[in-house]
Design a protein around this ligand. Sequence first.
Ligand code: ADP
Ligand code: MG
Length: 718
Amino acid sequence: MSNAQPIKGSDIHSLDEMKVSRFFGCNTFNERTMRERLPREVFKAFRHSLKRGEPLAPETAHGVAQAMKEWALEHGATHFTHWFLPMTGATAEKHDAFIAWDEAGVVIEKFSGSQLIQGEPDASSFPSGGLRATFEARGYTVWDATSPAFLIESPLGTTLCIPTAFVGYHGEALDNKLPLLRSMEAVSVAALHALGHFESRASQVVPQCGPEQEYFLVDLELARQRPDLTFANRTLQGARPPKGQELEDHYFGSIKERVLGFMQDVELECFKLGIPAKTRHNEVAPNQFELAPIYEPANLASDHNQLLMEIMKRVGERHNLAVLLHEKPFAGVNGSGKHVNWSMATDEGHNLLDPGKTPEENLQFLYFLGATLKAIHRHGGLLRASIAFAGNDHRLGANEAPPAIMSAYLGSQLNHILEAIERGDVADASEKQLLDLRLGSLPALEKDATDRNRTSPFAFTGNKFEFRAVGSSQAIAFPLTVINATVAEALDAMNLRMDEEIASGKSTRAAAMAVIREAIIETRAIRFEGNGYSEEWMAEAERRGLPHARDTVAALRIWEEAKSKEVFSRSRILTAEECEARLHIRHEQYQKALSIEAQVLREMAETLLLPAILEDLGARAAALGSLSTLGIPVPAPLKAALETQTRLAGVAQERLVALKAAMVAAEALETHHARTEAYGGSVRHAQDLLRDVLDQLEKDCSAARWPIPVYRELLAPL
Ligand code: ADP
Ligand code: MG
């Protein structure tokens, strides 16, 4: 492979042109390319600073920039951009051409080390949650050398994208990436400390993540006829189709050709960008699908997931398909989530959540398992808050997706083991006791057993945890940051206890077992194996004192608690101000999302649906009238139906007025909290009521007059 000609992404147009292994990552300036193109010394210096997390020396940066520029120009790039993840949850770019004047006043291609390392996009219009007063609105983008630069190709030209963190003048994190990187570092430090007690030679621990992405596809022509799909990313009105997902014949069904064509093109783009797209299949709801990548270090997984969402939309357009990433595009059929699979691995490739084969590895596994349970136990509310936003409110607690109560599912075998530890059966942690636990045979046995409980928001699946409550449209960086931050805190607490136990004269093993046992006992309340959707669990969870935030409003309140803020500030993942800013933005985004929905539904009702309904009523009334004129008696049921429809239309008009009033009232409120509550309460309620009656009216309206595509058309097999 290495002596083959370098492959250009623009030369490959379909998956069958060559083996993936030959072109995987060809549009990234990855380590292999760097090794080939950088002067040896520069490459060594680069690797060295990367490994130690130190800033690059200016000469090194310059060397990398030169090689990167040459590579990008050879691939046809004309512009470069610092690519970052603002707190909106989207991605941002600001393109600059590779041009400068030389001394003679002639244009040359130029890209310097300083342009690579730092940019000043200004970008003062991004939400900063008050972190940047406009008079010092400067924000800087700083190269994240751990994530390779990449090329975005389009028929209109190629752009070099340089992944960066976005920071304020005083170093404040203005994006989703910097806190994620800081949280990964916190995990590494705490985990290495713990590993010091076991036989490990690791020098770094890296949180790993594989996010499974669910989505819907809808014919683009149809989607464009719906203002709600265009502006709110979900249908705000729509009667249930005659055939929804009752038959469950879509799940894992054979993939239709049109869809397969789309999927293959997405994969092609992914592979060129080094995104390890692995699995594709049909999901439960009609026209719902999933793509799962192979797991990677959490920051890469996060960058790649952001890119994936963009690729899907772009490729979708090419295939005349709208890609719906919203958590609940259609009422009455399943919504979409993003299962965030999470684990921790050493730089030697050892997965710390893998039970392992030796007694020593078993003990170490239990230690890291205990820490993860402690994190969920102490900060279940914050985890819930990390996935709280308008779209996810339709899933969580709405009886289909994982419930809004954070609990952990471990499977019966692992639970038996924890119970034995709880009883004190394994107190010495002798070789024999640890072997008797039979942890080594766990992954193979557990896999099927664990996968069956789909109702758990946080499930252990053999050698990783699966956080299933994350929303499909959501940036995963922040939920990952919360998992990392809370696990790092739990590890630190356990490490401290471990030191105390050893100081009191216990052997390392017995000390570890004592600390593990404490963690197991302490976290009993969040371990739950039953049906997470059931009423009994709601009651039981309340008895156990677990937080149950039913919606965003309630979840954000938990985030405001002191212990939530402290878990960020203690290892400098987010300062108090940075934390406050994010909360502020969450409120703002929630209000905006609900306000847009309400406005779009208002407009649809007023300018599209009600006029059509009235026209339909008029036509029917005219038809009945002409029958009468001809002396044909109008049958009572026909008249009654018309009367009912007319009455319902009146109700719709009344509810439309009520919705407008609720919106005006919400906007007039002074504080953020009050506005968020009003949008989540009275506005949403008014919107639901209006939808309800419009859905009823749709069912009886003449199909020819209904002005927008209905569910039956939107969900028809592609
Ligand atoms: P399951 O059947 O339990 O869902 P899969 O093997 O299908 O497991 O993996 C689902 C997702 O989990 C994939 O994206 C995969 O890369 C990811 N994954 C697997 N192992 C790990 C791990 N150790 N850490 C993080 N993610 C993982
Ligand atoms: Mg899974």
